[in-house]
Write a protein that binds this ligand. Structure first.
Ligand code: TXA
Ligand code: MG
Length: 323
């Protein structure tokens, strides 16, 4: 059995596995992560191998508290303001790395920056406190596939390659963290999430939102071949065609499967990856149709993931050939 219920003993054991260079799937409020000690290159390399992740796609460092970041990267007032408001929580911040930190060079794929986040999940907070080392953790799925929001999702895809999966229940946010780049003068959101451009702008002033095409060298994980189910996806669908699974939005109980019957975007974000997996059944359906999601607030992050998931089966970017 690779899934452990969280107890004082299993969390201590999980911490020991990480310290010894093992791989632990951890629950976070966003999605499950595939964790390794970021200071051990051999452990970090295992993450890339398990996920079949291109080595040019950097990993996020998870910390038990904001103060650990001071040893690793250059923090500024914007970092302190954002972490005061949003940490622990679904916000990843990209900073300039300190020249001689202990982080393996594999983590940032040779970039001079480092992405950091303090997740908000009691189980993983406890593991991070016990380990007291920076922990690298991408989403615990095969590269390009839909992120896991349940322990069983991890078990089904990469379960045999990890030392253990810690079951922290359903992920409450359900979408990966917002990624904001503070390594430049004008902050840029590299990946939208449930913490929105507006919310961040209220704290630190003007923030750019990176366009899909311009982020190629900065955030490779943001390209096509991501978040994709095995079935093709048809977006902005008003109704199902023959053979299609139908993901409704805001149908007030009139649809069998609805991202949010009441039209609540936070609820739709929470359900998105779970329901995409739920209907991804090639023996039952030929494709998945999804109703339009309003392009406002959290809807921007939902549409970002849907567009990338849909792209896999249509036009593929030049980068895809390298992946
Ligand atoms: O919610 C999350 O962030 C989850 C949980 C497990 O914490 N993690 C996650 O990791 O989504 P991953 O590896 O699936 O996505 C990390 C994203 C990628 O788009 C990657 O390119 C970007 O963060 N990233 C990491 N380091 C970066 C850096 N130094 N500069 C720019 N982008 C970076
Ligand atoms: Mg991912």
């Amino acid at each position: 059995m690779t899934i452990w219920e969280p107890t004082e003993k299993t969390l201590s054991n999980a911490a020991q596995i990480l310290i010894k260079g093992g791989i632990v799937a951890i629950p976070t409020e966003t999605v499950y992560g595939l964790a390794a000690d970021a200071t051990q290159s051999v452990a970090v390399e295992k993450i890339f191998l398990i996920k079949k992740r291109p080595s040019i796609n950097p990993l996020i460092i998870h910390v038990p508290d904001p103060s650990m970041v001071n040893e690793l990267a250059a923090t500024d007032s914007r970092f302190h303001e954002l972490t005061t408001v949003f940490w622990p929580g679904p916000l990843t911040i990209v900073l300039k790395q300190k020249a001689k930190n202990k982080i393996s060079e594999l983590v940032s794929s040779g970039l001079t920056t480092l992405a950091v986040r303090q997740p908000n999940h009691p189980v993983t907070s406890e593991i991070l406190r016990k380990v007291q080392r920076p922990i690298a953790a991408p989403s615990a799925n095969m590269s390009g596939a839909v992120s896991p929001t349940r322990a069983t999702h991890v078990e089904d895809s990469i379960g045999q390659h990890v030392n253990v999966i810690i079951d922290g229940g359903r992920c409450k946010v359900g979408l990966e963290s917002t990624v904001i780049d503070l390594s430049t003068d004008v902050p840029v959101i590299l990946r939208p999430g449930v913490i929105t451009q507006e919310q961040i702008g209220q704290i630190i002033g003007f923030v750019n939102l990176s366009s899909h095409d311009s982020d190629l060298p900065k955030s490779p994980g943001q390209l096509a071949k991501h978040y994709a189910p095995s079935l093709p996806l048809r977006l902005n669908a008003e109704e199902a065609r023959e053979g299609e699974a139908f993901l409704a939005f805001s149908k007030a109980g009139k649809a069998a499967i609805d991202l949010s019957p009441s039209g609540n975007l936070l609820e739709a974000a929470r359900n998105l990856f779970f329901l995409l997996r739920h209907v991804d059944k090639p023996d039952l359906y030929s494709s998945i149709a999804v109703m339009p999601i309003p392009e406002v607030g959290i809807g921007i992050a939902i549409n970002d993931r849907l567009q990338r998931a849909a792209q896999l089966h249509g036009q593929e970017s030049a980068l895809h050939n390298h992946l």
